[in-house]
Design a protein around this ligand. Structure first.
Ligand code: XMP
Length: 539
């Protein structure tokens, strides 16, 4: 299983053992999502301030919000106009929970509109950097510069605050850019404190969290570890637990957390399908078995997988063949481990909070992007799930991994697809010979990227081996060899990506090493396609 795959499988109905984020902490900020592009980011920034935060759809019931006993509620931005028919509205009972509320962008306009202020379309929109002029600092802007830069993204604007509110600031395009009604603990800001282009944004959020909501910064990797260990012990008791380990960040951190909690009750299964990058399998085995003393079954299934890939050239057929074989191997191992006795009752999954949000904000049914299921496990396996990362964003998972002592190489590993190198031998069959050429080329690329200190900056960097030969000349001899494609992208979430502008000197070193060290390769090209219109992988 890979990173993505390990997080992808969501059993439905009764089988699902939810460790909902809401159960895990004493103090929480609820962010209600009105569809803004930065909504997730708000929750992440709140957590960066050391306060647990959860993103819920704006239409959740008041009871659901109240059940979480939040210390504060943030209303996110969103694309609608508050006065348009059918626009998401504010349930005024939210304001009667006795909990401070802060609206951001659409959230502020919603508060203003609902409470009797004036929101209208401005003559010109305000998108991007803007200058904020603070007239009355109030709680949120106290002690901050009177003139500061902020990031705006709106066409409607607030012209008049509601009765009882004070206008705190204005900007070029917003007569009223921040408001407060301290007596009722209701606040609004038109700009986005969650984006880095608002330099004082994090401070403003911190003021809301600490000065208004009275939160203590206590959400940290260490507290997550402690909390999850307790929960895992409670959930599994004396039961046996099994985990499909891929070496990706998510499954590695999930496995380590569970191991820390219940030791030898956990067995990890690492299926080496022969489609990994160079030395990766050994690294995983060494780290988990030798360093962490985790009971680990490593299955060398390369031959089995390559047999299944014989004659398969179509990308989806490759994915299917690999996925099906993966499940077969995993089930065989689970049965073998059970022997004549009782097998594992629990299965560890590295489901992340972003998967939970994507599948309905933690409240609805799961729908997972289909291709990410490849290499994962089906949802009809008879296991109860243990999902210790369910409340965490990726960067928090990395922090937890570091806290648990996971080597830096694994903590910062770039995403790697479940079907591995097989979907990077494109336009043809993934034979052992082609996979070996690709693996070596990939190894050179990784070495050079790491040496240049760029590994962490890139979302992914890898090679593709098309089933194409080109003519070259080396040492007075005509050659007819493989073309290696170098693909390196930057991205935040793989939904969109930009091709990375690698330095020319680095590209030259990479190309000449590949051609000199790999006899089969005589040409190296660079993929300069963004996503969209391209995808990150070639197949
Ligand atoms: P694309 O190519 O769709 O990829 O832009 C987006 C992200 O998903 C990864 N990917 C996969 N992961 N199984 C996986 O586990 C797959 O079949 C698969 N295909 C693409 C890709 O590496 C990128 O991070």
């Amino acid at each position: 299983m890979t990173d993505a795959a390990a997080t992808a499988v969501e059993p439905e109905g009764e089988q699902r053992q939810r460790i909902t984020p809401a159960q895990t902490v004493e103090q929480e900020i609820v962010v209600l999502d009105y569809g803004g592009q930065y909504s997730q980011l708000i929750a992440r920034r709140v957590r960066d301030c050391g306060v647990f935060s959860e993103l819920l759809p704006h239409h959740v019931s008041i009871d659901e919000v109240a059940a979480r006993k939040p210390r504060g509620i943030i209303l996110s931005g969103g694309p609608a106009s508050v006065y348009a028919p059918g626009a998401p509205a504010l349930d005024e009972r939210l304001l009667e929970l006795g909990v401070p509320v802060m609206g951001i962008c659409y959230g502020m306009q919603l508060l203003v509109h609902t409470l009797g202020g004036r929101v209208e379309e401005a003559e010109v929109g305000e998108f991007g950097r803007s200058e904020l002029h603070v007239s009355e600092p109030g709680v949120l802007l106290a002690g901050l510069p009177r003139e500061q830069t902020c990031w705006m993204s709106h066409r409607d604007t607030v012209f008049e605050p509601p009765p009882g509110f004070t206008a705190l600031a204005s900007s070029t395009g917003s007569p009223v850019a921040a408001v407060q009604d301290q007596a009722r603990d209701i606040y609004g800001i038109q700009f986005h404190p969650e984006v880095v282009h608002t330099p004082y944004g994090q401070e403003i959020l911190t003021r809301f969290l600490t000065d208004v909501c009275g939160c203590e910064p206590n959400w940290s990797a260490a507290s997550i570890v402690e909390d999850q260990i307790r929960r895992i012990r409670e959930q599994v008791g004396e039961g046996k637990v099994i985990c499909g380990l891929s070496g990706g960040v998510d499954s590695s951190v999930a496995a380590l957390l569970v191991h820390r909690a219940i030791g030898d009750q956990l067995t990890c299964v690492f299926v080496d399908h022969g489609l990994m990058r160079k030395d990766e399998g050994e690294q995983v085995i060494k780290t988990f078995r030798d360093t962490f003393k985790v009971a680990l079954v490593a299955v060398d299934a390369e031959t089995r997988f390559l047999e299944k890939l014989q004659g398969v050239t179509e990308p989806e057929a490759k994915r299917k063949a690999i996925g099906a074989e993966f499940i077969r191997v995993f089930e065989e191992e689970a049965a073998r481990l059970a022997g004549d006795g009782e097998g594992a009752r629990f299965l560890v999954q590295g489901t992340l909070y972003s998967d939970v949000i994507e599948s309905g904000g933690g409240t609805g049914a799961a729908t997972i992007k289909s291709h990410h299921n490849v290499g994962g496990l089906p949802d009809d396996l008879q296991f109860e799930l243990v999902e210790p990362l369910r409340a965490l964003f990726k960067d928090e998972v990395r922090a937890v991994g570091a806290e648990l002592g996971l080597p830096e190489r694994l903590v910062w590993r770039q995403p790697f697809p479940g079907p591995g190198l097989a979907i990077r031998v494109v336009g043809g069959e993934a034979t052992r010979e082609r996979l070996d050429v690709l693996r070596e080329a990939d190894h050179i690329l990784q070495e050079e990227i790491r040496k240049a200190g760029l590994y962490r900056e890139l979302w992914q960097s890898f090679c593709v081996l098309p089933d194409v030969r080109t003519v070259g000349v080396q040492g007075d001899e005509r050659t007819y060899g493989y073309v290696v494609v170098v693909r390196a992208v930057t991205s935040d979430d793989a939904m969109t990506a930009d091709w990375a502008r690698l330095p020319y000197d680095l590209l030259e070193t990479i190309a000449s090493r590949m051609i000199n060290e790999l006899r089969e390769v005589n040409r190296v090209v660079l993929d300069i396609t963004s996503k969209p219109p391209g995808t990150i992988e070639w197949e």
